[in-house]
Design a protein around this ligand. Structure first.
Ligand SMILES: [Zn+2]
Length: 117
C-alpha cells in the first residue's frame, strides 16, 4: 500500500461516510416526525383527561419503531466503514478517518503498529 492509495481510500471512506450520515439524519428525523405528532396529540388528550391505554400503547410502538430506525442507521454506518475503510495488509484492521493524520504521519497501522507504506 502506498501513501497515495491510503489517502485515496480514506477520501473515498470520507465521501461515503458523509453520505451515510446525511442519509441517516434525514431518516431519523423523518422517523421522529410521527412521534412528535403523537406527543402533541397525547398532550392534548392528557389535558382533556382522556388518555387511554391504546394511546399509550401507540406511543410505545412509535418509539420502538424509531429505535429500530436508529439501529438500522448505526448498522448502515458500520457497513460503510466495513466496505470503504482501508485494511491493514498485516492484520486486516480497518483504518478510519479518526486515525487518518496519525497513520499518515507515522506510516504505522494503529492496530498492529506494522509499517503500512
Ligand atoms: Zn495492522
Amino acid at each position: 500500500m502506498t501513501r497515495e492509495e491510503l489517502t485515496r481510500q480514506l477520501n473515498t471512506l470520507r465521501l461515503h461516510g458523509k453520505r451515510t450520515i446525511i442519509w441517516c439524519w434525514v431518516v431519523i428525523v423523518l422517523a421522529g416526525v410521527p412521534f412528535c405528532i403523537y406527543d402533541a396529540r397525547l398532550l392534548h388528550l392528557v389535558r382533556a383527561h382522556s388518555a387511554s391505554v391504546p394511546v399509550i400503547r401507540l406511543g410505545f410502538t412509535l418509539f420502538a419503531g424509531w429505535v429500530v430506525v436508529f439501529l438500522i442507521c448505526i448498522a448502515a454506518m458500520k457497513r460503510t466503514v466495513a466496505r470503504y475503510a482501508p485494511k491493514c495488509p498485516h492484520c486486516s484492521g480497518r483504518i478510519t478517518g479518526r486515525e487518518r493524520e496519525a497513520v499518515l504521519a507515522s506510516r504505522q497501522c494503529p492496530t498492529c503498529k506494522n509499517r503500512l507504506f
